[in-house]
Design a binder for this molecule. Sequence first.
Ligand code: C2E
Ligand code: MG
Ligand code: MG
Length: 681
Amino acid sequence: MKMLSIMQQEPTLSVRSVSEAGAGEILDRLDAAVWVFDIDNSQITFANPAALELWKATSAEQLYARDLKTDMTPTVAKRLKQYQNDFTQTDAAFTELWTIYPNGKPKSVMVVYRGYRLEDGRMAMQCEAIGDFDNQPDNLRSAEALLHTDVLITMFSKEGPPLYLNPAARNVFLAPIESFGSLFEKPSVFKEAIALVERGGENRLVSKLRTVLGNRWFDLSLKSCSDAVTGQPAILVTAIDVTELKEARDKARHLANRDQLTNLHNRSYLQGYLARLEEDGEALGSTIIFFDVDRFKLINDRYGHEAGDTVLIQIAERARAALRTQDMVARLGGDEFVVVIEGRCSRAALEKQIERLRSAISAPILHDKTRIDTTISVGVAGYTDETTRFTDVLRDADIALYASKQAGRDRITFFSTEMGAAALERDQTEIALKKAVQEHEFVLHYQPRLDIRSGKIVGAEGLVRWHRPGHGLVMPNAFISICEETGLIDELGKMVLQIGCAQAITWRRAGLELDLSLNVSPRQFADPGFLPLLKELAAQTDFPHGHIELEITENVLIGDHASIAEKLKAITAMGYRIAIDDFGTGYSNLSYISRFPLTCLKIDRSFVDQLPASGPVVQLILTLGQQIGARVVSEGVETQEQLDWLIEHNCEEAQGYLITRPLDVDGFEAFLQGTIPAGAP
Ligand code: C2E
Ligand code: MG
Ligand code: MG
């Protein structure tokens, strides 16, 4: 059994009363075949003589006994169920092509269906054959195709209800359909689509339509045509549900453009965005704001990576909330973010906006009841007549950000050309440093450590200097941070340890009893090659076990305390001692200090400098030193008053210009022999 349906307007019937017997007579004499089909049981329950003839049945009983399910495909069965439903709800009528198989041979007839309530209350279908269908194979097959396709095919009058819906469309669209336009989620999309059809005769678009399953995406093909029945203008609409495809594609695009953690745009999207801005000629005057989280690594080390993630997510949310919707925010990766403010903007307005961003982000962040104080450093640069490429503007903003960091973090810096020159110089220094590491252009100078009680020099700190060709002697503050950032510190640090240990061995062979301390940078400490190097150095003949002290900063002690303690123990087991440099300025957790094998605390110069005002803090460190059995060295002692205070408060050692500045090897040895008076530069 096959059907082709044409929806039709319910004709207005004038009803005259006829007796039941009279009605039966009319049915018997009717040329048109009329029968009632029990949808639930796939049986005919009534047929007039014309219907018996059509079904090639010898008697009504014989026809009623037939099980029509055998000739029925599952699609047809499903559709019949749907009709049954429709009849229950509305007094609808459909005209359909029905291919029946009265004696095994197909016969197609046009049939009008209406609902018919059976005596037991169930809904059946009253069928009325209104004529043979032209049984041309092409007609039959095209009708068949229309019937079974999953593509939604409909024909609409220009403004009114649908003229035709194929079964797939009837299944999907919510009845009753007022007009084609009423299917659209957005009326504006419909208006635009229909305008294009009117202009060009056809249109293709992907749009969201209302369906029984909610609003879904369809690939729509619209063609203007005329209704073959009335000749009126109409629109033929073909629709394919592409929701899954579209969502998968949207998701893929979203993933490619977004940062997974914060859901902000990512680096590749930013690049595309800026490139488009330039292509459209809209870049001039636009501003790029580059910012990163101050000491983010420390947050990760101290509170764990989950806390680090929370901080980044919070920052992203706050940045988004503090900016206007048209401003673009992207996370470049790590703790680096970029904001693009499109179009010209006065410096004052810009400053205000960035300040608002900075203060919004800088509020404390809560992670698992822990309050994390975060600040950001910001660099700002703009597109100008000279700087027209985003790579250059980004570089300028990065340089300004670097300047913010150098100036003490938690601040906003606008790029200036002088800064550009400084950055260029920094780049050149970096190149020169690479060469310096290969060419061994570094030496150590030594600053004596005075034992306050005995007044004797008991040790020295080795401080690196760079003999930069054409620049004279360069101090570490000018290059250590660059080496840290570029990773050159691993090589440089190794060199410092080699030079220092060699010097210590020489002094020992010369019979000098000296402790030598050497600085180790955090990155160097974390380097997997660090321990093997120490082992190798300690294995040298005449290595002064117990007299080489490694100065690490407090920040090295933050993170996984157990593994740090283990590493420190391994180092001390090799015969090294451990000092904490610049003590009091870092973020170490005092409660852990006692668990580490520390032999020395070096009080930072900033405290010694403030004596006696800073007395309570210095006193605290002296007590802590006593508690954990570490010697305390005061750094940067410049005046006799400072030294007197330290003598009075039982500080063990002092180091500073008052005793002497750092000296080269010869100078230091001469100083030891007392040839240079203390305090001379
Ligand atoms: P630091 O380890 O705290 O070294 C002490 C710094 O204070 C030295 O600066 C020293 O010259 C300076 N200083 C000593 N006494 C006084 C004083 O009385 N007044 C003042 N104003 N300054 C004083 P320097 O040699 O310029 O070194 C600076 C920093 O560079 C060092 O601070 C250390 O952090 C780093 N550094 C030096 N050598 C190395 C090294 O070989 N490796 C690593 N990783 N860092 C090093
Ligand atoms: Mg030091
Ligand atoms: Mg220091």
